[in-house]
Design a binder for this molecule. Structure first.
Ligand code: GDP
Ligand code: IMO
Ligand code: MG
Length: 436
């Protein structure tokens, strides 16, 4: 934990690295957890004593009632989904409204943004992005084109008028696309049903603590409070550096923390980069180490690789050091966190891509997804057979797992500070002395 600085935790791959679980584990060391980008396309899973909970917009520190949770200006918010999340937490006996703060500058996802997302995707046919259909692309588009609505607008006497105007704009496009919105099903509801619930949900959202979170956070930094910024998606889905156009619509990297929370770059402290011990991707786009064989199947089943937001099966493959080192470079990672090591138990050989073969001969470690198809060159590492179910201390790791970790540290020149060996909060090995 850094003094007077904001620490960052984010995904180094294509999302779903286990961010939610690790934020929950690290929360006791912080005073505030803050989301800085993305929206309900995220699905962050927390497993606490046998109870599973998936968060979409609310930061993963919410299960610690004494910690503040901030939804920053860079996040986009669907009031219907936020209200459902609040209700879900209340059912579990929590009072999330007491330790949640929302930026008045955060943009809104309108019901018609979700129709636009679906209309654009269906018009793309084979080239579709595999969006989560939560309205992310269209809502960020409106933000950038300066026609979006923000949380603060909910308090404006002319909100209804502004809402109808923007909705009418959206419907002009929807009609141009000949998109049959009457047949659309949004989270199990028709458009009209969704819209009516969305409008009702606004009243709940307005009751939350809504402030200029950039002032709040910088005040807390000055008071010496410890802040953890929680990323959503992953580095390889970043709008600038991901596998464009198969990306999300925000900056998922450390730089996004500055614009998404209003924090100066000099305030960034420790950067925890989370990486699965293999790779997954949900949605379309390049994935050089993807497996279509028995090993891929085994990873999917052992790792329960089905989307937390959409339920879609995730594509699985081996760890890719070229991609990982690219992500480390972009984010300034100080600590690696390796998750799902338990999923690799029982593999006789674990492969890791150390480079790509060039068409012209030779190997390259450059990660460039715009290059023609990349064919990975693998190092083979001996696996361990024993389950990790009884491993509760780093010293109890099987020797081969320790060797795998040593290999990653050597190839990335970055220390592995935490190793996750199961979904539950308790299944976490803290390796770094200064995190114990
Ligand atoms: P996030 O989006 O990065 O928060 O990750 P997700 O929640 O979408 O996906 C990670 C999945 O793996 C969830 O189902 C977690 O409960 C689970 N998980 C997290 N860490 C581990 C781990 O070390 N081992 C296993 N087996 N599952 C894990
Ligand atoms: P967390 O935070 C994995 C993917 C989608 C699609 C692309 C664009 O749980 O790691 P979007 O809805 O953003 O327009 O979709 O990005 N995607 C994710 N994949 N984890 C996520 O979030 C994701 N959020 C978006 O599958 O390929
Ligand atoms: Mg997820």
């Amino acid at each position: 934990m850094s003094e007077m600085q904001v620490d960052v935790l984010l995904g180094l791959q294509w999302g779903d690295e286990g961010k939610g679980k690790i934020v929950d584990v690290l929360s006791p060391k912080y005073d505030i957890v803050a989301r800085f980008q993305g929206g309900p396309n995220a699905g962050h899973t927390l497993e606490i004593e046998g109870d599973t909970h998936v968060l979409h917009i609310i930061p993963s520190g919410i299960f610690h009632p004494e910690k503040e949770n901030v939804i920053g200006n860079g996040v986009i918010v669907d009031p219907f989904i936020l209200k459902n999340e609040l209700d879900g937490l209340k059912k579990k006996g929590l009072s999330p409204e007491k330790n949640l703060i929302l930026s008045c500058k955060a943009h809104l996802i309108l019901p018609s943004h979700r129709l636009l997302d679906a209309a654009y995707e269906s018009s793309k046919g084979e080239a579709k992005i595999g969006s989560t259909l939560k309205g992310i692309g269209p809502a960020y588009t409106d933000k950038t084109s300066r026609s979006g609505l923000r949380i603060i607008d909910l308090f404006d006497a002319s909100f209804e008028k502004k809402y109808q105007q923007l909705k009418a704009e959206h419907f002009r496009i929807i009609n141009m696309y000949n998109y049959d919105y009457k047949a659309a099903v949004i989270d199990g509801l028709s458009f009209e049903q969704y819209e009516s619930q969305w409008l009702k949900a606004i009243e709940e959202v307005k009751k939350l603590r809504i402030v200029n979170t950039e002032n709040y956070i910088n005040q807390k930094i000055a008071e010496g409070r410890k802040i953890l910024a929680e990323g959503a998606q992953g580095t390889l889905l970043d709008i600038d550096f991901g596998s464009y156009p198969y990306v999300t619509s925000s900056n998922t990297i450390t730089a996004g923390v500055c614009s998404g929370l209003g924090i100066a770059p000099s305030r960034i402290g420790r950067v925890y980069g989370i990486v699965k011990s293999y790779c997954t991707r949900v949605g379309s786009g390049p994935f050089p180490t993807e497996l279509h064989d028995d090993d891929g199947h085994k990873l999917r089943e052992a790792g329960h690789e089905y989307g937390a937001t959409t339920g879609r099966p995730r594509r699985c493959g081996w760890l890719d050091l070229n991609a990982l080192n690219y992500a480390l470079m972009l984010n300034g990672v100080t600590d690696l966190i390796v998750t799902k090591a338990d999923v690799l138990s029982g593999f006789s050989t674990i492969k890791v891509a150390r480079s790509y073969r060039r068409d012209t001969g030779g190997e390259t470690r450059e990660f460039d997804l715009d290059a023609p198809e990349l064919s990975p060159v693998y190092d083979e590492i001996q696996g361990w057979q024993k389950s990790l179910a009884n491993v509760t201390e780093p010293a109890q790791m099987p020797q081969k797992l320790q060797e795998y970790i040593n290999y990653i540290e050597k190839k990335t020149a970055t220390p592995v500070s935490i190793l996750s060996v199961g979904a539950d909060r308790s299944r976490t090995l803290i390796i770094a002395e200064n995190l114990k």
